[in-house]
Ligand binder design. Structure first.
Ligand code: GRF
Length: 208
């Protein structure tokens, strides 16, 4: 019998790695029919690498180069080569704090996804839960989307709402948004691994 190659995920992150852990757990218990091939960070001391390694996953640091908000050319090539060597089918951004551009997105066209802590297109950019609280919205949430050349602008795959209460602080709202992220992201990655997500221009749908 020919064994089918498992769907392979590469995760990129710069922070503590709670989304990576949620996805790793869903892969381990079979909710996501895929395996994590590699976890890469641009921050050597990032929690995401430690949490990946303690789970027996490959955690790799790649120095980002001289820029603050993007990768320099050689770093970008190293990211691309590592993901290619690992035969990654899907690149999952989980708190990756650099903007990916041109070459990277061309190599992994329609195969890079991100999670953002607001209901896009409201509050793109940094500290979106804080932007939502400061604005006074009654409902915020999180969005999983494909990554395109813009910042938080790619086609939306799914969103989950989180009510905002009068008592909320930055911390309490952020914690509830992150809780929603840990539910939504694994569900979306599972649908992508099963090939259930179809894209038509800016619209997407889940076909079972
Ligand atoms: C998440 O809140 C996500 O929305 C944003 O970065 C954060 C990463 O958190 N893009 P973690 O590293 O997954 O804990």
């Amino acid at each position: 019998m020919i064994e089918q190659k498992k769907f392979r995920i590469g995760i990129l992150g710069s922070g503590k790695g709670s989304n990576m852990v949620a996805i790793a757990e869903a892969c381990a218990n079979g909710t996501i029919p895929a395996e994590i091939a590699v976890v890469i960070s641009d921050v050597e001391s990032a929690g995401i690498l430690e949490r990946a390694r303690e789970r027996g996953l490959k955690g790799q640091f790649i120095a980002p180069g001289k820029f603050r908000t993007k990768l320099d050319e050689s770093a970008e090539n190293e990211f691309i080569n590592t993901l290619k060597t690992e035969q990654v089918d899907l690149v999952v951004l989980a708190g990756f704090m650099r903007i990916l551009k041109g070459d990277f997105l061309r190599v992994f066209e329609h195969r890079v996804v991100n999670i953002h802590p607001s209901l896009l297109p409201a509050f793109p950019g940094l500290e979106a839960w804080k932007q939502a609280l400061d604005y006074g919205v009654k409902v915020t949430g999180c969005t999983v989307h494909f990554v395109d050349q813009g910042v938080d602008t790619g086609p939306i795959i799914a969103q989950q709402t989180v009510p905002v209460s009068f008592e909320d602080t930055d911390e309490t709202l952020h914690a509830r948004v992150q809780e929603a992220e840990r539910e939504l992201y694994p569900e979306c990655v599972a649908a992508l691994a099963r090939g259930e997500v179809v894209v038509r221009g800016r619209q997407t749908a889940w076909k079972k």
